[in-house]
Design a protein around this ligand. Structure first.
Ligand code: GLC
Length: 496
Protein backbone atom coordinates (compact mmCIF):
# COMPACT_ATOMS: atom_id res chain seq x y z
CA UNK A 1 0.00 0.00 0.00
CA UNK A 2 1.31 3.45 -0.93
CA UNK A 3 -0.11 6.41 0.99
CA UNK A 4 0.39 10.12 0.37
CA UNK A 5 -0.64 12.84 2.83
CA UNK A 6 -1.52 16.26 1.41
CA UNK A 7 -1.51 18.89 4.16
CA UNK A 8 -0.97 22.59 4.75
CA UNK A 9 0.88 22.09 8.06
CA UNK A 10 3.44 19.68 9.47
CA UNK A 11 5.56 19.90 12.62
CA UNK A 12 8.28 21.08 13.01
CA UNK A 13 8.29 23.00 9.73
CA UNK A 14 4.96 24.78 9.58
CA UNK A 15 2.49 25.04 12.42
CA UNK A 16 -0.39 27.17 13.55
CA UNK A 17 -2.29 24.47 15.43
CA UNK A 18 -2.87 20.81 16.19
CA UNK A 19 -3.10 19.87 12.50
CA UNK A 20 0.70 20.14 12.26
CA UNK A 21 1.27 17.77 15.20
CA UNK A 22 -1.14 15.21 13.82
CA UNK A 23 0.28 15.16 10.29
CA UNK A 24 3.82 14.67 11.59
CA UNK A 25 3.04 12.15 14.31
CA UNK A 26 0.54 10.06 12.33
CA UNK A 27 2.87 9.79 9.32
CA UNK A 28 5.68 8.57 11.56
CA UNK A 29 3.49 6.20 13.59
CA UNK A 30 2.12 4.61 10.41
CA UNK A 31 5.67 3.98 9.24
CA UNK A 32 6.47 2.36 12.59
CA UNK A 33 3.44 0.08 12.83
CA UNK A 34 2.98 -0.71 9.14
CA UNK A 35 6.18 0.15 7.27
CA UNK A 36 8.33 -2.35 5.40
CA UNK A 37 10.64 -2.98 8.37
CA UNK A 38 7.65 -3.94 10.53
CA UNK A 39 6.46 -6.40 7.90
CA UNK A 40 3.29 -4.32 7.56
CA UNK A 41 1.25 -3.39 4.49
CA UNK A 42 3.01 -0.09 3.61
CA UNK A 43 5.34 -0.34 0.62
CA UNK A 44 7.52 2.50 1.88
CA UNK A 45 7.42 5.56 4.10
CA UNK A 46 4.36 7.80 4.01
CA UNK A 47 4.71 10.76 1.63
CA UNK A 48 3.88 14.11 3.23
CA UNK A 49 3.28 16.92 0.76
CA UNK A 50 3.67 20.39 2.29
CA UNK A 51 4.04 23.87 0.76
CA UNK A 52 7.52 25.26 1.20
CA UNK A 53 6.58 28.35 3.19
CA UNK A 54 9.22 30.89 4.19
CA UNK A 55 9.43 29.19 7.60
CA UNK A 56 10.49 25.89 6.04
CA UNK A 57 14.24 25.44 5.70
CA UNK A 58 15.39 23.01 3.03
CA UNK A 59 16.49 19.93 4.98
CA UNK A 60 20.11 18.90 4.52
CA UNK A 61 20.51 16.07 2.02
CA UNK A 62 17.34 17.08 0.23
CA UNK A 63 17.05 16.50 -3.49
CA UNK A 64 15.31 18.92 -5.79
CA UNK A 65 13.70 18.49 -9.16
CA UNK A 66 11.42 20.56 -11.33
CA UNK A 67 7.84 19.77 -12.18
CA UNK A 68 5.77 21.32 -14.93
CA UNK A 69 2.44 22.15 -13.29
CA UNK A 70 -0.75 23.44 -14.91
CA UNK A 71 -1.31 27.00 -13.70
CA UNK A 72 -4.38 29.02 -14.69
CA UNK A 73 -2.49 32.27 -13.98
CA UNK A 74 0.48 31.47 -16.24
CA UNK A 75 0.35 32.95 -19.75
CA UNK A 76 1.11 29.58 -21.32
CA UNK A 77 -1.02 27.64 -18.84
CA UNK A 78 1.81 25.99 -16.91
CA UNK A 79 4.53 26.87 -14.42
CA UNK A 80 7.78 25.30 -13.26
CA UNK A 81 7.57 24.33 -9.61
CA UNK A 82 10.29 22.86 -7.39
CA UNK A 83 9.83 19.54 -5.64
CA UNK A 84 12.18 19.24 -2.69
CA UNK A 85 12.34 15.79 -1.15
CA UNK A 86 13.97 14.56 2.04
CA UNK A 87 13.65 11.72 4.50
CA UNK A 88 12.33 13.26 7.69
CA UNK A 89 11.57 11.66 11.03
CA UNK A 90 10.30 8.42 9.58
CA UNK A 91 8.41 9.66 6.52
CA UNK A 92 9.26 11.31 3.21
CA UNK A 93 8.76 15.07 3.24
CA UNK A 94 7.91 16.41 -0.23
CA UNK A 95 7.93 20.19 -0.32
CA UNK A 96 6.24 22.12 -3.09
CA UNK A 97 8.54 25.06 -3.67
CA UNK A 98 7.12 28.05 -5.52
CA UNK A 99 8.25 31.36 -4.00
CA UNK A 100 5.54 33.57 -5.60
CA UNK A 101 2.94 31.46 -3.75
CA UNK A 102 4.64 30.47 -0.52
CA UNK A 103 7.61 32.70 0.26
CA UNK A 104 5.54 34.98 2.51
CA UNK A 105 5.36 35.82 6.22
CA UNK A 106 2.27 33.76 7.02
CA UNK A 107 0.92 30.36 6.08
CA UNK A 108 -2.62 31.51 5.30
CA UNK A 109 -2.49 35.28 5.64
CA UNK A 110 -1.13 38.24 7.56
CA UNK A 111 -2.43 40.84 9.99
CA UNK A 112 -4.91 42.04 7.34
CA UNK A 113 -6.55 38.60 7.07
CA UNK A 114 -6.34 35.70 4.64
CA UNK A 115 -4.24 36.17 1.53
CA UNK A 116 -6.64 37.09 -1.30
CA UNK A 117 -5.01 34.56 -3.64
CA UNK A 118 -5.36 31.49 -1.40
CA UNK A 119 -7.43 29.69 -4.05
CA UNK A 120 -4.52 30.00 -6.46
CA UNK A 121 -1.90 29.13 -3.80
CA UNK A 122 -3.53 25.95 -2.53
CA UNK A 123 -4.82 24.98 -5.96
CA UNK A 124 -1.24 25.13 -7.23
CA UNK A 125 -0.01 23.17 -4.21
CA UNK A 126 -2.49 20.39 -4.94
CA UNK A 127 -1.79 20.31 -8.67
CA UNK A 128 1.95 20.13 -7.99
CA UNK A 129 1.46 17.25 -5.54
CA UNK A 130 -0.61 15.43 -8.13
CA UNK A 131 2.07 15.97 -10.82
CA UNK A 132 4.72 14.64 -8.44
CA UNK A 133 2.63 11.52 -7.79
CA UNK A 134 2.05 11.03 -11.50
CA UNK A 135 5.81 11.11 -12.10
CA UNK A 136 6.53 8.49 -9.41
CA UNK A 137 7.44 4.94 -10.46
CA UNK A 138 4.60 3.47 -8.38
CA UNK A 139 1.11 5.01 -8.18
CA UNK A 140 -0.47 5.88 -4.80
CA UNK A 141 -3.22 3.64 -3.41
CA UNK A 142 -4.51 6.20 -0.93
CA UNK A 143 -4.58 9.98 -1.07
CA UNK A 144 -5.04 11.09 2.53
CA UNK A 145 -6.23 14.70 2.43
CA UNK A 146 -6.13 16.88 5.54
CA UNK A 147 -8.63 19.77 5.74
CA UNK A 148 -9.87 21.96 2.89
CA UNK A 149 -6.45 22.96 1.54
CA UNK A 150 -5.99 19.46 0.09
CA UNK A 151 -9.48 18.97 -1.34
CA UNK A 152 -8.60 20.12 -4.89
CA UNK A 153 -6.70 16.82 -5.19
CA UNK A 154 -9.99 14.89 -4.90
CA UNK A 155 -11.73 17.18 -7.38
CA UNK A 156 -8.89 16.80 -9.89
CA UNK A 157 -9.10 13.03 -9.53
CA UNK A 158 -12.81 12.99 -10.19
CA UNK A 159 -12.75 15.31 -13.16
CA UNK A 160 -9.62 15.98 -15.20
CA UNK A 161 -7.72 12.89 -14.03
CA UNK A 162 -10.56 10.37 -13.94
CA UNK A 163 -8.84 8.24 -16.54
CA UNK A 164 -5.29 8.91 -15.39
CA UNK A 165 -3.67 5.54 -14.60
CA UNK A 166 -1.90 6.86 -11.47
CA UNK A 167 -4.51 9.14 -9.92
CA UNK A 168 -7.85 7.82 -11.20
CA UNK A 169 -7.82 4.54 -9.22
CA UNK A 170 -6.50 6.06 -5.96
CA UNK A 171 -8.82 6.09 -2.96
CA UNK A 172 -9.38 9.36 -1.10
CA UNK A 173 -9.63 9.59 2.68
CA UNK A 174 -10.45 13.09 3.92
CA UNK A 175 -9.70 14.00 7.52
CA UNK A 176 -11.60 17.08 8.70
CA UNK A 177 -9.60 18.49 11.60
CA UNK A 178 -11.68 21.61 11.93
CA UNK A 179 -15.13 22.24 10.44
CA UNK A 180 -14.85 25.97 11.09
CA UNK A 181 -12.65 26.44 8.02
CA UNK A 182 -14.39 25.47 4.78
CA UNK A 183 -12.11 26.98 2.18
CA UNK A 184 -15.01 28.98 0.79
CA UNK A 185 -13.97 30.14 -2.69
CA UNK A 186 -16.15 32.80 -4.35
CA UNK A 187 -17.10 32.11 -7.97
CA UNK A 188 -14.69 34.78 -9.23
CA UNK A 189 -11.76 32.90 -7.63
CA UNK A 190 -12.78 29.38 -8.64
CA UNK A 191 -10.89 29.51 -11.98
CA UNK A 192 -7.70 30.10 -9.95
CA UNK A 193 -8.08 26.67 -8.38
CA UNK A 194 -7.36 25.23 -11.82
CA UNK A 195 -10.05 22.59 -11.61
CA UNK A 196 -11.76 23.29 -14.91
CA UNK A 197 -15.29 24.42 -15.61
CA UNK A 198 -16.98 21.49 -13.86
CA UNK A 199 -15.80 22.69 -10.44
CA UNK A 200 -18.57 25.27 -10.20
CA UNK A 201 -22.17 24.12 -10.61
CA UNK A 202 -24.16 26.48 -12.84
CA UNK A 203 -25.57 29.41 -10.89
CA UNK A 204 -23.50 28.75 -7.74
CA UNK A 205 -21.91 31.80 -6.13
CA UNK A 206 -18.83 29.86 -5.07
CA UNK A 207 -17.33 26.58 -4.04
CA UNK A 208 -17.23 25.24 -0.48
CA UNK A 209 -14.11 23.11 -0.75
CA UNK A 210 -14.65 21.18 2.47
CA UNK A 211 -18.22 20.29 1.48
CA UNK A 212 -17.02 19.21 -1.98
CA UNK A 213 -14.36 17.04 -0.35
CA UNK A 214 -16.91 15.44 1.96
CA UNK A 215 -18.89 14.42 -1.11
CA UNK A 216 -15.95 13.24 -3.18
CA UNK A 217 -13.93 11.22 -0.66
CA UNK A 218 -14.46 7.47 -0.28
CA UNK A 219 -14.26 7.98 3.48
CA UNK A 220 -14.41 11.05 5.68
CA UNK A 221 -13.32 11.16 9.28
CA UNK A 222 -12.94 13.68 12.01
CA UNK A 223 -10.57 13.38 14.91
CA UNK A 224 -12.70 11.96 17.72
CA UNK A 225 -15.84 9.81 17.90
CA UNK A 226 -17.46 12.38 20.19
CA UNK A 227 -17.01 15.20 17.71
CA UNK A 228 -18.13 12.95 14.84
CA UNK A 229 -21.45 12.56 16.65
CA UNK A 230 -21.72 16.28 17.43
CA UNK A 231 -20.79 17.25 13.86
CA UNK A 232 -24.00 15.64 12.58
CA UNK A 233 -26.01 18.24 14.54
CA UNK A 234 -26.67 21.83 13.47
CA UNK A 235 -25.08 23.14 16.68
CA UNK A 236 -21.64 21.74 15.79
CA UNK A 237 -21.78 20.92 12.08
CA UNK A 238 -20.95 24.49 11.02
CA UNK A 239 -23.27 24.21 8.06
CA UNK A 240 -21.93 20.78 7.08
CA UNK A 241 -24.08 18.61 9.37
CA UNK A 242 -26.36 17.48 6.56
CA UNK A 243 -23.45 16.76 4.22
CA UNK A 244 -21.80 14.70 6.92
CA UNK A 245 -25.00 12.93 7.90
CA UNK A 246 -25.62 12.03 4.25
CA UNK A 247 -22.37 10.06 4.21
CA UNK A 248 -23.76 7.57 6.75
CA UNK A 249 -21.11 5.09 7.85
CA UNK A 250 -18.57 6.64 5.49
CA UNK A 251 -18.22 9.44 8.07
CA UNK A 252 -16.82 8.53 11.48
CA UNK A 253 -14.33 9.58 14.15
CA UNK A 254 -10.82 8.33 14.84
CA UNK A 255 -9.39 9.70 18.06
CA UNK A 256 -6.04 11.43 17.58
CA UNK A 257 -3.09 10.02 19.43
CA UNK A 258 -0.15 11.72 21.02
CA UNK A 259 3.49 11.41 20.02
CA UNK A 260 4.69 9.95 23.31
CA UNK A 261 8.34 10.20 22.27
CA UNK A 262 8.07 13.94 21.56
CA UNK A 263 5.95 14.53 24.66
CA UNK A 264 7.70 12.76 27.49
CA UNK A 265 8.45 14.56 30.76
CA UNK A 266 11.28 12.13 31.52
CA UNK A 267 13.12 13.18 28.35
CA UNK A 268 12.01 16.77 27.72
CA UNK A 269 15.06 19.01 27.26
CA UNK A 270 13.00 22.17 27.83
CA UNK A 271 12.21 21.26 31.45
CA UNK A 272 14.17 22.23 34.56
CA UNK A 273 14.09 18.61 35.74
CA UNK A 274 12.90 15.32 34.32
CA UNK A 275 10.13 13.32 35.95
CA UNK A 276 7.92 10.35 35.23
CA UNK A 277 4.79 8.68 36.52
CA UNK A 278 6.74 6.67 39.11
CA UNK A 279 9.32 9.38 39.95
CA UNK A 280 7.47 12.68 40.23
CA UNK A 281 9.87 14.78 42.35
CA UNK A 282 11.11 16.65 39.26
CA UNK A 283 7.65 18.12 38.70
CA UNK A 284 8.07 20.22 41.86
CA UNK A 285 11.32 21.65 40.46
CA UNK A 286 9.58 22.35 37.15
CA UNK A 287 6.92 24.32 39.03
CA UNK A 288 9.51 26.39 40.90
CA UNK A 289 11.46 27.13 37.74
CA UNK A 290 8.32 28.07 35.81
CA UNK A 291 7.07 30.46 38.47
CA UNK A 292 10.51 32.10 38.69
CA UNK A 293 10.50 32.49 34.90
CA UNK A 294 7.04 34.10 34.99
CA UNK A 295 7.94 36.44 37.85
CA UNK A 296 5.64 34.72 40.35
CA UNK A 297 6.35 33.66 43.92
CA UNK A 298 7.39 30.02 43.81
CA UNK A 299 6.99 29.51 47.55
CA UNK A 300 3.29 30.46 47.36
CA UNK A 301 1.21 27.23 47.27
CA UNK A 302 -1.70 28.96 45.45
CA UNK A 303 -2.46 26.82 42.37
CA UNK A 304 -1.39 28.04 38.94
CA UNK A 305 -3.71 27.31 36.01
CA UNK A 306 -2.20 27.36 32.53
CA UNK A 307 -3.83 27.87 29.16
CA UNK A 308 -2.08 27.56 25.78
CA UNK A 309 -3.26 27.96 22.21
CA UNK A 310 -4.29 29.98 19.21
CA UNK A 311 -6.12 33.13 20.33
CA UNK A 312 -9.19 31.98 18.45
CA UNK A 313 -12.83 32.17 19.63
CA UNK A 314 -12.94 28.36 19.34
CA UNK A 315 -10.53 27.99 22.22
CA UNK A 316 -12.55 30.08 24.71
CA UNK A 317 -9.88 32.59 25.73
CA UNK A 318 -12.74 35.08 26.11
CA UNK A 319 -14.34 32.81 28.72
CA UNK A 320 -11.12 32.76 30.70
CA UNK A 321 -10.81 36.51 30.26
CA UNK A 322 -14.27 37.00 31.74
CA UNK A 323 -13.71 34.45 34.51
CA UNK A 324 -10.23 35.70 35.45
CA UNK A 325 -11.15 38.21 38.20
CA UNK A 326 -13.29 35.59 39.95
CA UNK A 327 -10.55 32.99 39.63
CA UNK A 328 -8.08 35.39 41.25
CA UNK A 329 -10.67 35.94 43.98
CA UNK A 330 -10.66 32.18 44.62
CA UNK A 331 -6.87 32.31 45.04
CA UNK A 332 -5.79 30.99 41.64
CA UNK A 333 -2.91 32.33 39.57
CA UNK A 334 -3.02 32.25 35.77
CA UNK A 335 -0.37 31.65 33.12
CA UNK A 336 -1.49 32.15 29.51
CA UNK A 337 0.47 31.52 26.33
CA UNK A 338 -1.40 32.64 23.23
CA UNK A 339 -0.39 32.93 19.60
CA UNK A 340 -2.05 34.74 16.74
CA UNK A 341 -4.16 37.87 16.69
CA UNK A 342 -7.08 38.54 18.97
CA UNK A 343 -9.37 41.30 20.09
CA UNK A 344 -11.28 39.36 22.73
CA UNK A 345 -8.53 39.04 25.34
CA UNK A 346 -8.27 42.69 26.37
CA UNK A 347 -9.42 42.11 29.97
CA UNK A 348 -6.81 39.39 30.39
CA UNK A 349 -4.09 41.66 29.04
CA UNK A 350 -5.09 44.44 31.43
CA UNK A 351 -5.14 42.04 34.35
CA UNK A 352 -1.67 40.78 33.45
CA UNK A 353 -0.41 44.38 33.34
CA UNK A 354 -1.97 45.27 36.71
CA UNK A 355 -1.41 42.00 38.58
CA UNK A 356 1.83 40.65 37.11
CA UNK A 357 2.44 38.67 40.30
CA UNK A 358 -0.79 36.64 39.76
CA UNK A 359 -1.40 36.70 36.01
CA UNK A 360 1.15 36.10 33.24
CA UNK A 361 0.13 36.59 29.63
CA UNK A 362 2.71 35.75 26.98
CA UNK A 363 1.56 36.52 23.44
CA UNK A 364 3.77 34.60 21.09
CA UNK A 365 4.35 31.11 19.75
CA UNK A 366 6.90 29.50 22.06
CA UNK A 367 7.37 25.74 21.93
CA UNK A 368 9.68 25.53 24.93
CA UNK A 369 7.63 27.75 27.22
CA UNK A 370 4.60 25.63 26.29
CA UNK A 371 6.45 22.55 27.52
CA UNK A 372 7.37 24.26 30.78
CA UNK A 373 3.75 25.27 31.31
CA UNK A 374 2.47 21.73 30.77
CA UNK A 375 5.00 20.52 33.35
CA UNK A 376 5.06 23.34 35.89
CA UNK A 377 1.39 24.34 36.18
CA UNK A 378 -1.01 22.80 38.71
CA UNK A 379 -4.00 22.63 36.37
CA UNK A 380 -4.54 23.04 32.63
CA UNK A 381 -7.50 24.93 31.14
CA UNK A 382 -9.27 24.08 27.88
CA UNK A 383 -12.60 25.92 27.83
CA UNK A 384 -13.13 25.26 24.11
CA UNK A 385 -16.48 26.10 22.50
CA UNK A 386 -15.94 23.09 20.25
CA UNK A 387 -12.99 20.75 19.99
CA UNK A 388 -12.66 18.11 17.27
CA UNK A 389 -9.95 16.47 19.37
CA UNK A 390 -7.48 18.79 21.06
CA UNK A 391 -3.87 18.00 21.90
CA UNK A 392 -3.20 20.12 24.98
CA UNK A 393 -5.36 18.04 27.31
CA UNK A 394 -3.53 14.84 26.30
CA UNK A 395 -0.14 16.44 26.89
CA UNK A 396 -1.29 17.88 30.23
CA UNK A 397 -2.47 14.43 31.36
CA UNK A 398 0.85 12.88 30.37
CA UNK A 399 2.72 15.66 32.21
CA UNK A 400 0.71 15.11 35.39
CA UNK A 401 -1.25 18.37 35.19
CA UNK A 402 -4.99 17.70 35.52
CA UNK A 403 -7.03 19.33 32.76
CA UNK A 404 -10.15 21.42 33.35
CA UNK A 405 -12.10 21.11 30.12
CA UNK A 406 -15.41 21.92 28.56
CA UNK A 407 -17.14 18.55 28.03
CA UNK A 408 -17.26 18.64 24.26
CA UNK A 409 -15.88 16.65 21.31
CA UNK A 410 -12.47 15.13 21.85
CA UNK A 411 -12.14 16.70 25.30
CA UNK A 412 -15.07 14.60 26.51
CA UNK A 413 -13.51 11.52 24.90
CA UNK A 414 -10.10 11.94 26.53
CA UNK A 415 -10.71 13.40 30.01
CA UNK A 416 -12.76 11.63 32.71
CA UNK A 417 -14.52 13.94 35.18
CA UNK A 418 -13.15 13.25 38.66
CA UNK A 419 -15.98 14.69 40.81
CA UNK A 420 -18.51 12.38 39.14
CA UNK A 421 -16.07 9.43 38.75
CA UNK A 422 -13.82 9.67 41.81
CA UNK A 423 -12.10 6.32 41.18
CA UNK A 424 -11.42 6.73 37.47
CA UNK A 425 -11.38 10.50 36.98
CA UNK A 426 -8.42 12.27 35.39
CA UNK A 427 -9.63 15.89 35.26
CA UNK A 428 -12.59 18.24 35.59
CA UNK A 429 -15.49 18.92 33.22
CA UNK A 430 -17.96 21.71 32.72
CA UNK A 431 -20.90 21.70 30.32
CA UNK A 432 -21.92 25.28 29.49
CA UNK A 433 -19.72 27.59 27.44
CA UNK A 434 -19.92 30.30 30.12
CA UNK A 435 -17.58 31.97 32.56
CA UNK A 436 -19.85 30.81 35.42
CA UNK A 437 -19.50 27.15 34.46
CA UNK A 438 -15.74 27.55 34.05
CA UNK A 439 -15.43 29.11 37.50
CA UNK A 440 -17.58 26.35 39.02
CA UNK A 441 -15.28 23.69 37.52
CA UNK A 442 -12.27 25.50 38.95
CA UNK A 443 -14.00 25.46 42.35
CA UNK A 444 -14.34 21.68 42.05
CA UNK A 445 -10.66 21.53 41.14
CA UNK A 446 -9.90 23.50 44.31
CA UNK A 447 -11.84 20.98 46.42
CA UNK A 448 -9.57 18.25 45.10
CA UNK A 449 -6.30 20.18 44.95
CA UNK A 450 -4.10 18.90 47.79
CA UNK A 451 -0.62 17.86 46.63
CA UNK A 452 0.75 14.98 48.66
CA UNK A 453 -2.66 13.57 49.56
CA UNK A 454 -3.65 10.16 48.30
CA UNK A 455 -6.70 11.38 46.38
CA UNK A 456 -4.79 14.09 44.49
CA UNK A 457 -1.73 11.96 43.72
CA UNK A 458 -3.94 9.16 42.41
CA UNK A 459 -5.71 11.60 40.13
CA UNK A 460 -2.34 12.61 38.66
CA UNK A 461 -1.23 9.00 38.45
CA UNK A 462 -4.32 7.93 36.49
CA UNK A 463 -3.86 10.79 34.04
CA UNK A 464 -0.19 10.00 33.48
CA UNK A 465 -1.06 6.34 32.87
CA UNK A 466 -3.50 6.91 29.99
CA UNK A 467 -2.11 5.40 26.78
CA UNK A 468 -2.57 7.92 23.97
CA UNK A 469 0.29 6.51 21.88
CA UNK A 470 -0.57 6.77 18.17
CA UNK A 471 0.75 3.27 17.63
CA UNK A 472 -1.69 1.64 20.03
CA UNK A 473 -5.05 2.44 18.45
CA UNK A 474 -5.14 5.49 16.19
CA UNK A 475 -2.62 4.48 13.52
CA UNK A 476 -4.13 0.98 13.19
CA UNK A 477 -7.57 2.59 12.84
CA UNK A 478 -6.28 4.67 9.91
CA UNK A 479 -4.86 1.54 8.29
CA UNK A 480 -8.29 -0.06 8.51
CA UNK A 481 -9.80 3.06 6.97
CA UNK A 482 -7.28 2.92 4.10
CA UNK A 483 -8.19 -0.71 3.39
CA UNK A 484 -11.88 0.11 3.44
CA UNK A 485 -11.38 3.13 1.18
CA UNK A 486 -9.37 1.08 -1.34
CA UNK A 487 -12.17 -1.51 -1.48
CA UNK A 488 -14.81 1.21 -1.90
CA UNK A 489 -12.83 2.84 -4.69
CA UNK A 490 -12.37 -0.45 -6.51
CA UNK A 491 -16.12 -1.06 -6.17
CA UNK A 492 -17.02 2.39 -7.51
CA UNK A 493 -14.66 1.99 -10.47
CA UNK A 494 -15.93 -1.51 -11.17
CA UNK A 495 -19.51 -0.24 -11.20
CA UNK A 496 -18.71 2.74 -13.45
C1 GLC B 1 -7.75 21.17 14.78
C2 GLC B 1 -8.83 21.00 15.85
C3 GLC B 1 -8.29 20.25 17.06
C4 GLC B 1 -7.56 18.99 16.62
C5 GLC B 1 -6.50 19.32 15.59
C6 GLC B 1 -5.76 18.11 15.08
O1 GLC B 1 -6.81 22.12 15.22
O2 GLC B 1 -9.36 22.24 16.23
O3 GLC B 1 -9.33 19.91 17.94
O4 GLC B 1 -6.95 18.40 17.75
O5 GLC B 1 -7.10 19.96 14.48
O6 GLC B 1 -6.60 17.12 14.56
Amino acid sequence: MRVAFIAAECEPWAKTGGLADVVDALARALGQVAGPTSGGPLAGPIDVFLPRYRSVPVPPAASTRRLRVPDPRASDGATDVGLVEAEANGYRLRLIDHPPAFDRDGLYGDADGDYPDNAWRFGLFCRAAVEALRSDPEPPDVLHLHDWHAVPVALLRDDQLRRDPAIGPAAVVLTAHNLAYHGWTPASDVPDLGLGAAALPPGADGLDLLAAGIEAAELVNTVSPGFAAEARTPAFGMGLDRWLGARGEAFFGILNGLDTDLWDPSADAALAAPYSRTERAGKVRCREALLAELGMDASDPAPVLAMIGRLDPQKGFDLLSEAAPRLLGLGFRLAVLGSGTADHVGPLRRLAAERGDRVAMVERFDRDLARRLYAGADGFLMPSRFEPCGTGQMIALRYGTPPIVRATGGLRDTVVDAPSHPRSGTGFWFEDASAEALVAACERFLEWYAPGTRRWERLLDRGMAVDFDWRTRSAPAYLDAYRRAIALRAGRRGAA
